[in-house]
Design a protein around this ligand. Structure first.
Ligand SMILES: NC(=O)c1ccc[n+]([C@@H]2O[C@H](COP(=O)([O-])OP(=O)(O)OC[C@H]3O[C@@H](n4cnc5c(N)ncnc54)[C@H](O)[C@@H]3O)[C@@H](O)[C@H]2O)c1
Length: 295
């Protein structure tokens, strides 16, 4: 039986270790040719001379799969352009982009340096935007030339982006931003056959080692859903957010309007406050922020 990703070319960013590596191996096992991107940085984004991408390519090839390494930085326009060009030059096509690369600089907000804010925003938000724009430009050109496109983008958010996480103000804001990017990209790219979804994964990797007290499941548990989202088989699914941890997949239902009140004229501040208190009492409480003290 042909694999789910047979004939597709898939880029996975940050695929030298952790979740990205698991996704790359899973796509290759389902027949895809994989571009394994990884700049090779430390847990906090500091430079590391060795890109682990080549080792993942060797693993895929040893299993009989097809892969090529890309050691560039996806937060630079050149890095993102080279990445898409490598897929097209090597395999003649691009079908799926999995935006996954990232790192943490955790601090409580009062202690958070502006540089640590910028670095985390840059790797997650700009690091999603640039490859996404590059891939979408290719798919738009393909569609305009009359060639069929079944483009897929899988973005990587986080529970921190969905609910917030104490000590991760920069990361939570970046991961929430990825959700907004996902919704807009899904709407803008629908016209040329490209679907854009986001996952909020949870897995034991270098990123979560020591940071999360409870033992998390394997990254390999997350990849089957990513492969499906990145394949032809997910046709019709776009603009959605799915949480995935171990054997559990949850569709996130996101922001939706709750109780509302309308005033014929402009509210006074006191009236607005009274109305807001009544509405808040009738509304669902928000999901708790990870790590927040129980009041
Ligand atoms: N592990 C979890 O439980 C978890 C939870 C929620 C979200 N995530 C997200 O999943 C993604 C993968 O995380 P992970 O846990 O596998 O982390 P990881 O540290 O194991 O892997 C991330 C990889 O990204 C690479 N990278 C960093 N900056 C890069 C750049 N500019 N260009 C190219 N590659 C770069 C690193 O070298 C590293 O190999 C991240 O976006 C992370 O925020 C992970």
């Amino acid at each position: 039986m042909p694999g789910l990703a047979e004939g597709r070319t898939v880029i996975v960013t940050g695929a030298g270790r952790g979740l990205g590596r698991a996704h790359a191996l899973a796509f290759a096992a389902e027949g895809a040719a994989v571009v394994v991107n990884d700049l090779g940085v430390g847990r906090d984004g500091t430079p590391d001379p060795d890109s682990p991408a080549a080792a993942v390519v060797a693993e895929i090839e040893a299993l009989g799969g097809r892969a090529v390494a890309h050691g560039g930085d996806i937060t630079t326009e050149q890095g993102a352009a080279d990445l898409v060009a490598l897929a097209l030059d090597t395999y003649g096509r691009l079908d799926t982009l999995v935006n996954n690369a990232g790192f943490l600089r955790d601090r409580m907000l009062v202690n958070l340096d502006a540089d640590d804010w910028d670095a985390v925003m840059r790797v997650h938000l700009r690091g999603h935007f640039l490859p996404l724009r590059q891939a979408a430009a290719h798919w738009r050109a393909e569609a305009k030339a009359g060639r069929p496109v079944a483009g897929r983008i899988v973005n990587t958010s986080s529970g921190a982006g969905l609910q917030g996480s104490v000590g991760q103000g920069n990361y939570s804001a970046a991961k929430a931003g990825i959700l907004g990017l996902t919704f807009v990209a899904a709407a803008e790219f629908a016209g040329y056959g490209v679907q854009v979804n986001a996952i909020a994964p949870s897995a034991r990797t270098r990123m979560t080692e020591g940071a999360i007290a409870t033992a998390l499941p394997e990254p390999e548990d997350v990849s089957p859903l990513v492969v499906w989202l990145g394949s032809d088989a997910s046709a019709g699914v776009t603009g959605r957010v799915l949480e995935v941890e171990g054997g559990r997949i949850t569709v996130m239902e996101g922001w939706r309007a709750g109780p509302a009140a309308r005033n014929a004229g402009r509210w006074t501040p006191v009236e607005a406050g009274e109305a807001a208190r009544k509405l808040l009492a009738a509304a669902e409480p928000p999901a708790p922020v990870y790590g927040a003290r129980k009041s």
